[in-house]
Design a binder for this molecule. Structure first.
Ligand code: MF3
Ligand code: CO
Length: 270
């Protein structure tokens, strides 16, 4: 989410909320629903379909499951309004928060980030994938692979005794050593009975930030956002869509991960 969405941050305070095993079971149910929605939507993705077609399918699935879409109606102080859709669909140079549209027709060679969240029985789940439309160029494929692998490597750091910076630095080192850039203005987040909780989970190390130790029951939404070109981003006049300033392609993957005695528990995949 946006690093400086101040309204929300004031309200939430600075405490990292740890979840009981019973709460983690509820978050697991949200996580599995998010996974099901994302992967059903992924199956629909093909040349010629619009991002609004994907939105409509996702909205129906979430309603049928008796859940609430987490993004629709979400108020952002930075945007000054509520996000109107169930999905964020971000194409090519769009980083995050792209809005589904009947005018956005997917075409061969595009990359599409699909991000969604639900609230089920009080608890949130949040996950994202970036998928190719037909054949994509080798450099785009590498962007997707490196971004996904940076998330997998970060997930492995979600262990008691490690610190937040172990996650941040793992993503940053892997992405930058592969020649890509980390977006700074958007970060991962804690998650639970709110979509966004403490701590912020940047995909880079900033020594001015706090570096809490990871403890059992913490749940982090880790979401690397990676540009093929330069890191700078800007938000379009719709107040939501974030794009790379240089117009280079961007990739985004996200999972919710709980700290348990037995290591990382990825709530948003089976
Ligand atoms: N995964 C994104 C985030 O954590 C998506 C949020 S869309 C919004 O910020 F509408 F809820 F803001
Ligand atoms: Co998120």
């Amino acid at each position: 989410h946006r690093r400086f969405d101040c309204q929300e941050r004031k309200d939430k305070g600075r405490m990292i909320i740890r979840k009981s095993p019973a709460e983690l079971e509820k978050m697991r149910r949200s996580g599995l629903l998010v996974h099901k929605v994302l992967h059903s939507v992924k199956e629909l993705v093909q040349e010629g379909i619009t991002t609004m077609d994907l939105e409509n399918a996702a909205a129906k699935m979430i309603a049928d499951a008796g859940a609430r879409p987490a993004f629709k109606g979400y108020y952002s102080a930075a945007a000054g309004n509520r996000y109107p859709y169930v999905l964020c669909t971000s194409v090519n140079e769009q980083i995050v928060h792209g809005m589904p549209s009947t005018k956005t027709v997917l075409k061969k060679g595009d990359v599409l980030s699909i991000d969604t969240g639900v609230q089920l029985d009080g608890y949130f789940g949040d996950s994202a994938i970036t998928v190719p439309i037909g054949e994509i160029s080798p450099s785009l494929q590498k962007l997707l692979d490196v971004t996904r692998d940076s998330l997998e490597m970060a997930i492995d750091k979600v262990r008691e005794g490690n610190r937040l910076f172990d996650i941040c630095s793992t993503v940053q080192k892997y992405v930058e050593s592969n020649g890509f850039s980390i977006v700074r203005e958007f970060v991962g987040h804690g998650i639970g009975t709110s979509l966004h909780e403490e701590p912020q989970v940047p995909n880079y190390v900033d020594r001015n930030n706090e570096n809490p130790r990871l403890k059992e029951g913490m749940v982090l939404a880790i979401e690397p956002m990676v540009n093929l070109g330069k890191p700078a981003s800007k938000v379009l006049s719709d107040r939501w869509t974030a794009v790379s300033q240089d117009g280079s392609a961007s990739a985004h993957f996200e999972h919710c991960v709980a700290v348990t005695k037995d290591g990382p528990w990825v709530l948003t995949r089976p």
